[in-house]
Write a protein that binds this ligand. Structure first.
Ligand code: NAD
Length: 458
């Protein structure tokens, strides 16, 4: 159901709902999480169908949208512990007061989502917003219209809109929402729009979580299990036809293993999708003509060693490996966000690290090697939102691993406890006694300076 109310009025009603205090009750939050879980189960087919209609996503990859269920289960299991105030030790200067930290809900959250995983990237943050006791407005991406509608239907049928509401629409609607004052804005999308969101949030001093993208490098050392490496890279690159924020964007391969790796990846593509991936039921399509044209343009770069075929009428781009690429090539300028994998090489791991460190910090970095010392080097000498050692993409699927970017790939994180933290304020509370009063801090100060210094330095 599209939200027909005026946005300012909707927000006012949500604030009224929040002010009733209902969302602060842990039992209320647990009940809403259970309702959401049941609604997702009830809508499983429409969700899969909508994602198929928007992205021609294979059925198995459609199930990725349901990974928000793991987030709900995790929150249901741990919420009672998360909401408890934590007693912390105080300093001598505060004696005999007690100190505690109380998590409290922020108020009304705005969640803006992208089109590539259009269901789970608005619902997973919502799990955190509900768990932390907030009201929320969701704005799914207009570029995945079927899924946007399913999100609106599901939420409309499950929650009072003065508690959780969906507002459908494009840039104009997004900008209307952003003109309002929220208590947190949780945005998933590209860097360019991330800046617009942060600028709008600054007007109200609203805290923002920005889950952005960028070029996630994949470094491949010579000391690897070749077949598994090829499979894990091609899988990470080809799910959702490369339209995954943490897909390996490009490869940086030890020159000694490059020909073998290219052969192994070629064999992997054929084993996954056959010799004609266009006819494979297991390969998705590009979201729209604009992105198709953008990606087709990138195929003009370097030497195509595998793939390269396109079909505009079907928005199909074959899984493609490109060799003969330099750091200055157009394909190395922006996040590719499609099934095109440039293969660059290196002779010295230090040079590969230096190249990565000369660029914005990536959302994910992948390193394949058996060598533990080299793994330690990558861990210590590079910075990225997440790091996959001998694996791609999987780290996003765990509620126990906070997920988010660093530097230009984003700010803040979520999943599991991190989602609860993102939508909470941690209020520090000091409680003093009336039983007695230590006069050390009060004027006149004469004769108290040394005592004060030693109390502070303790
Ligand atoms: P996008 O930034 O174009 O759009 C995201 C949302 O912003 C949409 O809901 C859209 O309606 C809204 N929007 C667009 N223009 C706007 C404007 N001018 N003002 C206000 N709102 C506006 O992103 P996208 O194309 O939907 O998604 C792709 C990007 O998202 C990629 O960069 C990808 O890496 C990133 N991404 C990141 C994650 C993550 O978890 N870090 C996950 C998925 C996608």
């Amino acid at each position: 159901m599209t939200e027909n109310l005026n946005i300012g009025e909707l927000l006012r009603r949500q604030r009224q709902f929040f002010a009733t205090g209902q969302t602060r009750e842990v039992d209320f939050r647990l009940a809403q999480l259970r309702r959401l879980k049941q609604a997702i189960a009830d809508f499983e087919e429409p969700i899969t169908e909508a994602v198929r209609a928007d992205l021609r996503r294979p059925e198995l990859e459609g199930t990725f949208e349901l990974s928000c269920l793991a987030e709900i289960n995790y929150a249901l299991k741990h919420l009672k512990r998360w909401v408890k105030p934590k007693r912390v030790s105080g300093s001598l200067a505060q004696f005999p007061a007690s100190s505690k930290v109380y998590p409290e809900p922020l108020g009304v959250a705005l969640i803006i989502g992208p089109w590539n995983y259009p269901f789970q990237l608005v619902i997973s943050p919502l799990v955190g917003a509900i768990a932390a006791g907030n009201c929320a407005i969701l704005k799914p991406s207009e570029l995945a219209p079927h899924t946007s509608k399913v999100v609106a239907d599901l939420i409309g049928k499950t929650f009072d809109r003065h508690y959780i509401a969906v507002v459908e629409g494009g840039v104009e609607v997004s900008q209307k929402l952003l003109a309002e004052r929220f208590d947190r804005i949780f945005f998933t999308g590209g860097k360019r729009i991330g800046k617009i969101v942060m600028e709008a949030a600054a007007k109200h001093l609203t805290p923002v979580t920005l889950e952005l993208g960028g070029k996630s490098p994949c470094i491949v050392d010579a000391d690897i299990q070749l077949e598994y490496t090829a499979k894990r890279i091609i899988w990470g690159k080809c799910i959702n036809a490369g339209q995954t924020c943490i897909a390996p964007d490009y490869l940086l391969v030890d020159r000694a293993i490059k020909p073998d790796l290219i052969d192994a990846m070629k064999a992997t593509i054929e084993s996954f999708f056959g010799s004609q991936p266009q006819t494979s039921p297991d390969y998705a399509r590009i979201i729209n003509n604009h992105h198709f044209a953008r990606l087709a343009e990138l195929l003009k770069d370097g030497n195509i060693v595998v793939g390269g075929e396109t079909d505009e009428s079907d928005r199909y781009i074959a899984p493609t490996l490109i060799d003969g690429i330099s750091w200055e090539s157009p394909v190395m300028e922006d996040e590719i966000f499609g099934p095109i994998l440039p293969v660059l090489e290196y002779d010295d791991l230090g040079d590969a690290i230096a190249q990565i460190n000369a660029r914005p910090k990536p959302l994910a970095l992948y390193f394949f090697s058996r060598d533990k010392n080299k793994q330690k080097r990558i861990l210590a000498e590079t910075s990225s939102g997440g790091l996959g050692l001998n694996e791609t993409v999987l780290h996003v699927g765990s509620p126990t691993l906070p997920f988010g970017g660093v530097g230009e790939s984003g700010m803040g994180s979520y999943h599991g406890k991190a989602s609860f933290d993102t939508f909470s304020h941690y209020k520090s509370v000091l409680k003093q006694t009336f039983l007695f009063d230590i006069p050390l801090r009060y004027a006149p100060y004469k004769g108290k300076v040394d005592l004060m210094k030693s109390a502070i330095k303790k």
